[in-house]
Design a protein around this ligand. Structure first.
Ligand SMILES: N[C@@H](CCC[C@H](N)C(=O)O)C(=O)O
Length: 284
């Protein structure tokens, strides 16, 4: 039987998702809904689907699940987590301005920065500590790779593996605008080095110290920004001596401020969160 689902379209630095409050609207098959609704021609159009609910455990306030446009579920989404903060606060679902969000990669704290009219302008997310050794996500003998060589079709790239819960491979280059992101991103996403597939970031340090980054996301392809990808890029840049631990990542859809704290080892990500529109759709 078909039912009407209310949803909200939001974006963080151009990384756009469809948000559904599953405490109101149950979605039995989120994988299929993500594929159908994300379609930019025949659906609503998005980089994926995000489900928001109350937390099932007392240590967190709310929970999220994220499905890419191909229906695959990811452990975490940095841009969506900021949008969830705005969604919950600006729709009056919570008075909290520090929200503990349960994700598949742990509880992330969202700190909301409000405008004078009380709406949310930007959000800082404590993304917890990056993981640099992960044998399930990286098939090297020790589960690490820093500036290692990887072949992709007719090219060899050097890159660094960083997991922010989800896997990232960060490639620094001097000619970012000349790289065919669609071609090499797709090859690298499915490279045997990455048993769970991988998100791929191509990055270039600019003269002013900002890091220009273009993204190929696992399960969604080229996106305008990736929050976990921005964190992974900043961590890879600091690890390899290309940048201090606090930097600005400039993506096609906007800028994210990333700080890898020396004391607690956590990565703090600050950036915009925007409503696009509310809508409803039939769900069968
Ligand atoms: N856009 C996201 C990450 C979404 C999941 C990713 N494609 C994956 O499969 O790991 C972000 O902002 O972090």
């Amino acid at each position: 039987m078909s039912k009407t689902i209310k949803f909200t379209k939001m974006h963080g630095a151009g990384n756009d998702y469809i948000y559904v409050d599953t405490s109101l609207y149950g979605i039995d098959n989120p994988e299929a809904a993500a594929v159908k609704w994300s379609d930019r021609h025949k659906g609503i159009g998005s980089d994926g689907l995000v489900l928001i609910d109350k937390s099932p455990i007392p240590e967190a306030d709310f929970s999220m699940r994220i499905f890419n446009a191909d229906g695959s579920e990811a452990m975490m989404c940095g841009n969506a987590s900021r949008c969830i903060g705005k969604y919950l606060h600006d729709k009056g679902l919570t008075d909290l301005t520090e929200i503990r969000l349960l994700t598949l990669s742990g509880i992330k704290t969202l700190s909301l920065h409000l405008r004078v009219d009380g709406t949310t302008e930007s959000v800082t997310v404590d993304m917890l500590a990056p993981t640099l050794t992960c044998r399930s996500q990286l098939a090297t003998t020790d589960g690490t790779m820093t500036d290692g060589e990887v072949e992709a079709g007719d090219r060899t790239f050097r890159g660094t593996f960083v997991s922010m819960g989800n896997p990232h491979f960060v490639i620094f280059t001097d000619n970012i605008d000349d790289i065919d992101i669609a071609r090499y991103g797709a090859i690298l996403e499915h490279h045997p080095l990455f048993p769970e597939r991988c998100n791929i970031e191509f990055a270039e340090v600019e003269d002013n110290g900002n890091i220009r980054t273009r993204v190929w996301e696992r399960g969604s392809g080229i996106t305008m920004a990736c929050g976990t990808g921005a964190c992974a890029t900043a961590v890879a840049a600091a690890l390899t001596g290309r940048s201090p631990r606090h930097c600005t990542i400039v993506m096609d859809g906007g800028e994210l401020d990333i700080r890898w704290d020396e004391t607690d080892g956590h990565v703090y990500k600050t950036g915009p969160a925007e409503f696009v529109f509310d809508g409803e759709t039939e769900y069968t």
